[in-house]
Design a binder for this molecule. Structure first.
Ligand code: AR6
Length: 182
């Protein structure tokens, strides 16, 4: 766990669809019309009204995000972020992934959310290297928090222990060392 100002950042091994936070982030695709992985799990748990709202949104560009209600989910909102497909690292993948985290926090702030949970966007079907993605996720959230003052709790929801350990290690690395006594 890491505390930055008023905000607590933590990693958890958890199914993101079970979290009663203000917003969960979905790792969506540009159609916003559902898919496999975490996207499929979110649509199944939210019910078909989520798909109906997504159908009105006109899709979403890679690196951007759009927000809907949470319907049958315990979360109030779903922020649908579209991560990049990994293509070797020379196609702007890192910047596009960072943009997903920035845009998600901006939308959460616009809705006055205080808690948000992210999956490891692009780390499944889209094959982004996990360690690099985790550095981008944690780094971008920390950089963006000053512009997202409503947020006081960020959860990195991990589907397995290996991903959890990467987040734990990244959060520990970013913890400022305790100041030495004078
Ligand atoms: N809770 C938390 N994390 C999960 C869950 C869950 N319920 N389910 C999977 N993960 P992926 P992507 C993890 O493939 O790579 C979809 O078809 C998973 O272990 O869901 O961004 C979309 O429609 C992995 O670490 O998303 C797109 O077409 C992470 O979530 C495409 O996949 C992301 O894996 C997006 O691919």
């Amino acid at each position: 766990m890491l505390t930055i100002g008023q905000c607590r950042l933590e990693a958890r091994v958890v199914d993101i669809t079970t979290l009663a936070v203000d917003a969960i982030v979905n790792a969506a695709n540009t159609s916003l019309l559902g898919g496999g992985g975490v996207d499929g799990a979110i649509h199944r748990a939210a019910g078909c009204d989520l798909l109906h709202e997504c159908e009105t949104l006109g899709g979403c560009a890679t690196g951007d995000a759009k927000i809907t209600a949470g319907y049958k989910l315990p979360a109030k909102h779903v922020i649908h972020a579209v991560g990049p497909v990994w293509g070797g690292g020379q196609r702007g993948e890192s910047e596009l992934l960072a943009s997903c985290y920035r845009r998600s926090l901006e939308l959460a702030q616009d809705e006055h959310c205080s808690s948000i949970a992210f999956p490891a966007i692009s780390c499944g079907v889209y094959r982004f290297p996990a360690q690099q993605a985790v550095q981008i996720a944690v780094g971008t959230v920390i950089e963006t928090l000053p512009q997202a003052a409503s947020i006081n709790h960020v959860i990195f929801a991990c589907f397995d222990d290996a991903m959890f350990r990467l987040y734990e290690s990244e959060l520990a690395d970013r913890q400022a060392p305790p100041s030495k006594p004078a």
